[in-house]
Design a binder for this molecule. Structure first.
Ligand code: SF4
Length: 206
């Protein structure tokens, strides 16, 4: 099932049964080696996540409402698409708050650069409306992060990502780090796991 607003853009998609995914933007502050965006490919299974335009939060609420009107609520709503959701922090917070107020848990998949982008305490803003955060650590150190994620802000990005992860672990009910296994050596994965542990959480290898 795909819930759509008034345009042809796929705003909300059910990638896993009973879990709704919110496709907020195609923009990102990284160009990861493994990202489908780099090849101009925005397909995920049967879903085309390319957005012709960015849509206001109200369009997402319209797309979500029918799914919340059913007897059985979604298991989880996840902010995840081919783009960085926190680039649209105001829309994210409005939609997440709406979902949370209906008793459904909210997860954010993020590159962890929100506080570099907005230069404010985004973790505290998220603590009010997000239950789980998956931070794409992507690497064990700054040099390999530059190689794997090609951040537009360059070297300084790494310390912001690690800082975001540490603060998210402290402030949110659940936060963990992730890497893409095929982009790293076994030693790098092991070092990333150690870093995640140092930040107080676990590492998910995708
Ligand atoms: S952070 Fe995510 S959306 Fe951005 S380039 Fe990397 S994989 Fe793609």
């Amino acid at each position: 099932m795909t819930a759509r607003a008034h345009s042809r853009d796929c705003l909300v998609y059910e990638y896993r049964p009973n879990t709704l995914y919110v496709n907020l933007t195609n923009r990102c502050t990284n160009e990861c080696l493994f990202c489908a965006r780099s090849g101009g490919e925005y397909r995920l299974g049967c879903f085309d996540l390319r957005l012709a335009a960015e849509h206001p939060a109200a369009d997402y609420l319209s797309a979500l409402e029918p799914r919340f009107a059913r007897a059985s609520l979604p298991r989880e709503v996840v902010f995840c698409g081919y783009g960085e959701p926190t680039l649209r922090i105001d829309a994210l917070i409005e939609i997440a708050g709406w979902v949370r107020s209906r008793g459904v848990p909210v997860r954010l998949n993020t590159n962890g650069q929100a506080e570099l982008i907005h230069r404010t305490d985004v973790v505290s803003m998220l603590a009010a409306c997000v239950d789980r955060v998956n931070v794409s650590l992507n690497a064990p150190d700054g040099a390999s992060y530059l190689r794997v994620s090609n951040p537009v802000a360059g070297e300084e990005s790494w310390r912001w990502v690690v800082g975001f992860l540490r603060r998210a672990v402290r402030s949110l009910p659940e936060a963990w780090a992730s890497v893409v296994g095929e982009a790293l050596t076994a030693e790098e994965v092991s070092a990333a796991r150690e870093l995640a542990g140092f930040c107080g959480t676990r590492l998910l290898v995708r």
